[in-house]
Design a protein around this ligand. Sequence first.
Ligand SMILES: Cc1cc2nc3c(=O)[nH]c(=O)nc-3n(C[C@H](O)[C@H](O)[C@H](O)COP(=O)(O)OP(=O)(O)OC[C@H]3O[C@@H](n4cnc5c(N)ncnc54)[C@H](O)[C@@H]3O)c2cc1C
Length: 331
Amino acid sequence: MPRVAIVGAGPAGLALAWFLKGTKYDATVYEALDQVGKKPCAWGVMEGVEKMLPVSRASLISEIRGFRIFLDNKLVHDIRTNRTLGYIVDKPAMLYDVAQRVDVKFSSKVVRKESKYLVDEKPLEADEVVIASGHYSLSKDDTIPAIQYLTDAKADQETVDFYFYSGLLGYAWVFPDREGAKIGIGGYDSVDSLKKRLSPLVEGKKPRLLQGARVSDSGVITEKLATSIGEAAGFVYAMTGEGIRPSILSAKIKADSILSGKDFTTEVKKSKLYWTLQVHAEIVKRVKSGDAKLSGLSKALTRSDPELVLRVALGDFGKIDLLRLFGRMIL
Ligand SMILES: Cc1cc2nc3c(=O)[nH]c(=O)nc-3n(C[C@H](O)[C@H](O)[C@H](O)COP(=O)(O)OP(=O)(O)OC[C@H]3O[C@@H](n4cnc5c(N)ncnc54)[C@H](O)[C@@H]3O)c2cc1C
């Protein structure tokens, strides 16, 4: 049986092991930590994930049916629907559901020495090694800092709030959870400035814990596709920080490529996922380089048809949508 060693038991690595289960491939996931789901995350996932992975009812905290969008702390869009747009999941529980059904070796940090991968100082026995180690393997230039407070704030269980700012290339969020709400921010700025910007949202909300991690904003790094999937290869929507679903989708393309003998890089480049991720990243890059104005981006996100904003934010858009939303900014 050909052996596939997967480095990292996040959404990408576990999903790949799940998609290879029951095939002629023997997949083992190596996780540095002693359990899944420790990485800070706001636990928002878009609809569709539950069809790809064995997600138990118990790990779904709430169904998201609405989005509110704020510019400079003022409400500009209040989008209520009667359809399920996504979920707030108990991510550790969701990952645990999958981890129980695949082969995971915990407390097994993989290190690379010269051209070899080692675990417990012994070479990793595998025909293919797939890196799914998340932002940890990305350079600082390809990521931004993100922090979030776990608070007791009462939040509508069916709505997620996104905040954009005319003075920040980034985004803040208020997502409901079981105990209250997660209030966080990610952006092209220092952690101290991000904290200051977030303070009006956190004030009086009894923060229980502050946590942080970096998050990719570079889009898919095509050179990384030779070895990596998930956030380790940049599968995160740069304008919103959504990385769980894109990472799982990258694992699906990887599994299909392994099973069909097709080239993963070629298959990724053919996908709508790749195109939409790269559009997000390109817009962020243009603002960073000064080719496009941050105020133009904020205006586009806050003054256009809310349904259109939602489609672009969720990565469910085509060229016409893009032209309607950003017009001259992307031409
Ligand atoms: C504050 C914050 C909030 C976020 N909120 C959301 C959100 O609400 N919704 C959303 O979709 N995305 C969110 N994201 C992004 C999302 O968390 C990630 O994009 C997603 O988890 C990436 O999945 P992954 O499997 O590629 O990597 P990860 O989830 O990072 O998993 C990688 C795993 O690899 C392990 N690992 C690392 N190095 C090694 C090694 N050498 N050997 C063995 N194991 C190793 C790590 O311990 C980890 O378990 C957020 C990110 C941050 C920072």
